[in-house]
Write a protein of this length. Structure first.
Length: 166
């Protein structure tokens, strides 16, 4: 059952990341983002790994893959935290809280700690707010998708199976 839950969370996390990315691209088009955080994070990590000679296309591909991979992993974590078809907190509010938590831990925690980006209070105007909104969208999408995929294939829990007449 845990493996199935992990896969459901991975699927939900992947789809939620794609939805989140659409919000991020819209914010970029509005001039609120500058360089997108996944691109900044990927460039930093590639530099640290010693991959200095790279083209823009290859870096963009690695950035997209790592962003989706992070969202996929986050979806699996969320699914494990939200065990069972009847979680303690409904999926959508839990997803909203989870998305806000991912944003907080990332943008107030490990991203500035590694020197990749400044904390939100010192970042460029518009980017922290845009990223918070994108993470809230991720969380709501994650919760909603996971709620739907956990319903798929579930046997009805009430009533007796009716016998077919001959």
């Amino acid at each position: 059952m845990a493996a199935r839950r992990l896969l459901q969370g991975a699927l939900a996390g992947t789809l939620a990341t794609l939805i989140m990315s659409a919000v991020m691209f819209a914010a970029k088009r509005l001039g609120l983002m500058g360089e997108m955080p996944p691109e900044k994070i990927t460039a930093h990590l590639l530099d640290r790994a010693g991959w200095r000679r790279r083209g823009r296309r290859s870096q963009d591909l690695v950035s997209a893959m790592t962003h989706i991979g992070f969202g996929t992993a986050a979806g699996s974590v969320f699914a494990l935290l939200e065990r069972g078809p009847q979680p303690l907190v409904p999926f959508l509010p839990a997803g909203l809280i989870f998305g806000a938590g991912v944003w907080w831990v990332s943008y107030h925690g490990w991203v500035p700690a590694l020197g990749i980006m400044p904390p939100p209070a010192r970042d460029r105007p518009g980017r922290p707010q845009s990223m918070l909104i994108a993470h809230l969208v991720f969380g709501v999408a994650l919760g909603g998708i996971l709620q739907q995929v956990t319903r798929v294939g579930r046997a009805p829990t009430s009533g007796r199976a009716k016998a077919r007449p001959n």
